[in-house]
Structure formats: C-alpha cells, structure tokens
Design a protein around this ligand. Structure first.
Ligand code: 2M8
Length: 427
C-alpha cells in the first residue's frame, strides 16, 4: 500500500469508529470513549478534520470532574455487558464531584494539552483555533492542577498513578514488583476483554484480579486521594506518565501565552516534574528511567518503553540523554528486532512478543518516541521510527499492536490511535 492509500484507509477507520460524539478506540474491544486515546485521535484528526478534532476533545472534557480529574473512560450507550468493568462498577454517580455523564474514576496520561496545541498548530482558521484554546485552557489547567496537587502524594514533584490502567501500559513488567501487595481474591467477575482477542495477547488472570481489586479499593475510598498513602496498596511514579505531564505543562504555558494567561505557573510545574524525574526515577546503573513506589521509595528494575519518555523533557542533561539514546539503539530495543520499538527489553526472559504491553510494538509509544528523539536532536532516529511504524501499518493494517520480531498485527483490528497517528506521521 502506498502512503496516499494508507492515509485514506486511516480516515476510513476513524470514520467507522466515530459515534457522532466521540471516536471509539475499537468498536468491538473498547466500545466507549477512552481518555488518552481521544487525545491521540485528536492529534491525527487535526490533519484532516479540525472540527471533529475539537469535538473529540470537547466530548472528553465534558466528563471532567469538579476536582479537575479527567476520567479514563467516558461511557456511551454500548450495552452494559459489552465491556467490563462498566459504569455501574465505578459508581461515579455516587460521588459528589463527578459529572452527570457516567465515567470511570481513574485517569490516564495527560496528552490532552499537547492535543489542543496541535489542533491549533494545524488550523487554517486562526481565530477559531484561538477561541478553541481559550475555551479548553481552564479545563486543561484544572486537569493538570489535579495531577500536580492531589496526585503528588508526598510533595516530591511527581504525580502518582494508583492503578496500572492509569499508566496506559496496563500489564507492563514495570508494575510487577508493586502488585504482590494487592489482594486479588475479591468477588468473581467475568472478563470480557478476551471475547475478541486471543488470550496470549491480553494480561493474565492474576493481573486482572489485581486490576479489579485496585479499582474497588480506590472506589471504596470514595476516590479520596488524601487516603491513598495510608489505605491503598498501589501508589507508583511512572516515567511515561510524568514525562507526558511535563510536556503537557509546557504546552499549557504556550497555550496560556496565546490566550493572554500567565505561563509562569506552568513552567514552574514543569520544572518540578523535571526535578522529580531526575531525582527519583533516573537509574544511573541501568541508564534508563524506572518506576518507583511512593510509599517505600523502592524502585523497579525493568527497562521498558516508559524509560525513554523523558526524552520529551527539554532540560534533560546531555549525558542522561546520550545514555538513553544508547539504550534505545542497543540490541535491547531498536537494535535487536526488525520492527521496533518493542515495549520491553528484548533480552529479558519475561519479554513476550504477543502479550500486550510486555513486548509488542505500539504506534502511540512509537509516536511519543518520534517526538522525543526529534526534541533530543536526532532526526535520523526519528526517520527510522517513523518509516518502520508506517511500514508495519501498511503491511498489517491498523492493528492495536505488533510483533516486533515478525511484524504481524496483534490485538484489536481497526484500532483508532494506530490510524490517527499514522495521519500525523504521514504528513
Ligand atoms: C487498554 O486499556 C484498557 C483499560 O483501560 C483495557 O485493557 O481494557 C490500554 O492499552 C490503554 O492504554 C488504552 O487506552 C485502552 C483503550 O485503547 O486499552
């Protein structure tokens, strides 16, 4: 397939997944609106349909809680049984600061300020773009305030995630050391996630039991972040989430500048995340950024795709940047397989070619790395990542993820962010 046809096919996929109010990640596997999916989708739509890109973000922001929390799922009309856990599980209607629309109670990486700024950057109608920025700025600023204030659990400058689903990289090996404390022996539930995808491409049952137990724990605390350190068994700082938070603050500073607001608080917030990343998550021995348990200070050891996300940080010391790039190009990642970038160190015994976030290549993490290596002054690596990602999509279609060894498509078909980010990478 040539690039022109790939672009047309991408638009077709996004149209097929559009409900009239939002774009579903996949009609079968994920039949609701997901938070960071919508941000990636808006970034792609900004290339072809500005109006829909704006509607995508607006739809999500309408589901924001009064505290600024932007939920990871906004439930639509798909039958209650189509996806587990459904809206009743989270019981957001029982929480005073939640909106009327039904949502989950956890968050996802804040790519949304980047999406809003991208929409503006691609706009032909500059006035409409500025009006849109002015409209969404207070909501995005509230989203970041929530993360910077309520989720910085011990004042260390980083936002904690309280559930692996909040990372977006659900069953990454990065979370393994922090899950044994979770008691997954709760009430029975029926997994719906394997109705459409092979079992060896999804998280294992023990992981799923922990996911449900953690979601119940947070829900039963009334989503009260002040109780997390005492009562919740998973409070972890993730380099991917925090690098995106830092990038988002820099985007907010730029948005503030354009709409006549004050960029300074956003620079300060970005600097705080930078200090937290360097002081807490940089592992000098391994030459990458790793996850850290807020409660114990214990750090993980897994070298995953998340470790490269701080390439988005413009203040990264040159020596740290160079070590990260060395690891990225080494046989552990880009140098060790024909279809990079794998989400986990290829040489680890726990690397799995097909299992979700434990090895496969994903389009959104490739896109983030593409932006990161460009920022790090390496257009050569950016070209390799871009060419290889588009090649995978041309050969295997808009699959959810890909086997980094043979390039075969895995997970859901017609997956929205694979199509959307192709549009951005094609341009
Ligand atoms: C995956 O996560 C959901 C739970 O949120 C699931 O496995 O059911 C992840 O890949 C996540 O990053 C993504 O946003 C979501 C929808 O595409 O699917």
């Amino acid at each position: 397939m040539d690039h022109g046809r790939l672009g047309e096919a991408a638009v077709g996929t996004l149209n097929a997944n559009w409900t009239g109010a939002a774009t579903l990640p996949s009609r079968t596997q994920y039949p609701h609106q997901w938070s960071w999916d919508s941000a990636f989708i808006a970034i792609g739509l900004a290339r072809v349909d500005q109006d829909r890109a704006r509607r995508e973000l607006r739809g999500l922001l309408r589901a924001q809680w009064d505290t600024g929390r932007l939920p990871h799922i906004v439930y639509g009309d798909a039958g209650g049984e189509a996806y587990f856990p459904g809206p009743g599980f989270w019981d957001s209607r029982g929480v005073p600061d939640a909106p009327a629309v039904r949502t989950s109670g956890i968050v996802q990486p804040p790519v949304h300020a980047r999406a809003a700024l991208t929409i503006c950057a691609r706009a032909q109608d500059r006035d409409a773009a500025r009006r849109f920025l002015a409209e969404v700025y207070p909501k995005l600023a509230a989203q970041h305030r929530y993360l910077g204030e309520r989720r910085d659990l011990d004042g260390g400058g980083l936002a904690a995630i309280v559930h692996p689903w909040e990372s977006g990289t659900d069953n990454s090996p990065a979370w393994d050391p922090f899950l044994p404390d979770v008691d997954g022996t709760g009430p029975e539930f029926v997994r719906r996630d394997m109705d459409h995808v092979a079992a060896d491409e999804r998280p294992g049952d023990a992981d799923y039991a922990a996911y449900i137990a953690l979601a119940e724990s947070y829900r039963d605390l009334g989503y009260d972040d002040l109780k997390l350190l005492d009562k919740h068994p998973f409070t972890v700082e993730d380099p991917l989430f925090n690098a995106i938070l830092l990038d988002g603050e820099l985007c907010l500073a730029e948005i503030a500048r354009r709409v006549g607001g004050d960029p300074e608080p956003h620079y300060l917030a970005a600097r705080a995340v930078h200090r937290g990343l360097m002081g807490r998550l940089w592992d000098d021995e391994r030459g990458t950024f790793v996850a850290r348990d807020v409660r114990t200070g214990a750090r993980g050891t897994a070298a995953t795709i998340a470790g490269f996300a701080p390439l988005l940080d413009p203040w990264l010391p040159a020596a740290v940047r160079d070590r990260l790039l060395d690891l990225l190009l080494s046989p552990a990642f880009m140098g060790g397989c024909p279809h990079p970038v794998p989400t986990y160190d290829l040489r680890e015994p726990g690397f799995e070619r097909h299992r979700y976030w434990r090895g496969p290549t994903w389009v959104n993490t490739n896109w983030l790395l593409w932006v990161g290596v460009l920022r790090a002054g390496r257009p050569d690596i950016a070209r390799t990542i871009c060419g290889s990602t588009l090649g995978l999509l041309e050969r295997a279609g808009f699959r959810e993820y890909f086997d980094p060894v043979d390039g075969s498509g895995r997970g859901a078909h017609d997956f929205s962010w694979s199509a959307a980010l192709a549009l951005d990478m094609l341009a």
